[in-house]
Design a protein around this ligand. Structure first.
Ligand code: HPA
Ligand code: ZN
Length: 333
């Protein structure tokens, strides 16, 4: 039985496995520019974030109907359950669908159908986080928030993803202020490819509660000190960092050093269909590569629930307490 954990950095579109992509393409009458699933997998040779994003956005062409989004989410949740996930806070990229003529309602209602059944079917509590594409304009983000207004009861918060360099957090100040006024929680990708200053800006200008990735904080000792003292969670994705060349090899990943420094680290899968592993696979990989002992792994699992947004109600607190008890009682043997 895998270690119980929450997954806090997971792009639902990044769970689209080649087999499902081909099945949806066939159902929707779309021809993919790959011979078969094997040829598609062979295309997963990324040099950096941008080369990954090009493929990631391209493959989304197969996602058209509510059923497509429902199947995508249900397939992820089934796999996540096998990986010990008890709670998942799931990102989605509405602009990447709206630009293709797929309405935000189709996306949210489709994902919502799978999420509504998740506790019963998979034993996983869920939340949805709507991400804005930072390489699109601030106006487009504001329009997307406006379009999401009829569905806000399904969304816990907002995030910021896509190509980071050249698109600093401050570009999205207005939409983050508007989201805060609507009672939405706030997170942002920062310090993946972008500089440590983007992490500071995400905290100070956007008011985020968690930093997604945040790897490059290690270049700035003062920033590390701040993140430690303010207990800002970082949602790290070590396999993603290797595949997108943020680190050369897993053995050189700073996760262990970050934990030693007192940072509140969590381990997540980011885009598991593309990066070679789901979240428990990632736990195993970092254990091997970095020599993390059992108490370090337990700390990562505990952090995942502590950093989650399971704090909005008595029911949330009850769930979180139950999950934390499971982590405390978990036996590695
Ligand atoms: N970084 C930025 N944007 C993304 C990612 C990521 O790791 N995955 C999906 N969109
Ligand atoms: Zn990500």
């Amino acid at each position: 039985m895998p270690l119980p954990k929450a997954e806090l950095h997971l792009h639902i579109e990044g769970t689209l496995e080649p087999e499902l992509a081909f099945a949806l393409a066939a159902r929707n009458g779309i021809t993919l520019p790959y011979e078969d699933t094997e040829a598609l997998r062979k295309a997963y040779l990324f040099d950096d974030l941008q080369s990954f994003l090009d493929l990631y956005y391209g493959l989304m062409a197969v996602l058209l109907t509510e059923e497509d989004f429902e199947e995508l989410a249900d397939a992820y949740l089934a796999r996540a359950a096998e990986q010990g996930v008890r709670h998942a806070e799931i990102f989605f990229d509405p602009q990447a669908h709206m630009v293709r003529g797929v309405g935000i309602g189709t996306v949210i209602e489709g994902l919502g159908r799978a999420l509504d059944r998740s506790e019963e079917r998979h034993g996983i509590s869920t939340r949805l986080i709507m991400c804005f594409l930072r390489d699109q304009s601030a106006e487009s983000a504001l329009e997307t928030l406006e379009a999401a207004k009829p569905y806000l009861d399904r969304i816990i918060g907002i995030g910021l993803d896509s190509a980071e360099v050249g698109h600093p957090p401050a570009k999205f100040r207005e939409v983050y202020e508007a989201a805060a006024a609507l009672g939405l929680r706030r997170v942002a990708h920062a310090g993946e490819e972008g500089p440590p200053a983007y992490i500071t800006e995400a905290l100070d200008v956007l008011g985020v509660e968690r930093i997604d990735h945040g790897l490059r904080c290690m270049e700035d000792a003062q920033l590390v000190e701040r993140l430690v003292s303010e207990r800002v969670p970082l949602t790290l994705c070590p396999l993603s960092n290797v595949r997108l060349r943020a680190v050369d090899v897993l053995e050189e990943h700073p996760l262990a050093r970050m934990m030693d420094a007192g940072l509140l680290c969590t381990v997540n899968s980011d885009d598991p269909a593309y990066f070679g592993g789901y979240v428990d696979d990632t736990f195993h990989a970092v254990r091997e590569a970095l020599g993390l002992d059992r108490e370090r792994l337990r700390e990562l699992a505990r952090n995942s629930f502590e950093a989650s947004f399971l704090d909005g109600s008595a029911r949330d607190e009850e769930l979180r307490a139950r999950y934390l008890a499971e982590v405390a009682e978990y036996s590695f043997d």
